[in-house]
Design a protein around this ligand. Sequence first.
Ligand SMILES: [Zn+2]
Length: 224
Amino acid sequence: MEKQSTWSKFLTLLFPPHCVICFSCRVHGDLFSFLCARCFLKIRQNKNPLRLLKPFDRVLVYGPYADPTLKALIFQFKFRFVKELSHPLGELLIASLNEGGIETFVSLQKPVVTFVPLAPLRVRWRGFNQSQLLAHAVASYFHLPCLPLLERSWLAPSQAKLKDEVARANNIKGAFSLSAPESRAPQKVLLIDDVLTSGSTLKEAGRVLKKWGVKELWGATVAG
Ligand SMILES: [Zn+2]
């Protein structure tokens, strides 16, 4: 096992991977594997990262989904399964939370970081839950606990295929349940997801958490 990882490290050193965005430069000694620093710095930030979304106390969205670099990065992460991209994308969430006042949110009482769950079949298909990886990156940076508070109850048709806002809201209704309904709700929760589109997924997940008894609820997504 150890031998193999040394071997793969050696190969990476000899043939560093190309940046998944520009394909032109090899990522070697860069900040992240699979993404060059030049492309990372190109990602645009939302002028106003705040979104009003009930029942959240605050929702922060780092950048516009229309940003070509950000969109391509999320595509590579979710549909080309480049797991390592959770690092640069996690950095964007961390930046947005730092600027959005997380310091006051984490003071006195630490929030639990959680993520929007995927249907088990989808996790099996992708091999990971992208939001869970992002939540882990955020939690470890701020030294917060990361727990799977929610479960996806059934395989709903993908939200991405539904353009209509009402259809999206109906599709997601009842999709989430608590992982441990018998336990006491944490006072504060920070819910992480990758992309905010109509907001119906985040809203529904937030509704379940608030109903459980979460007092202060924040949400953060990379794009929207
Ligand atoms: Zn690049």
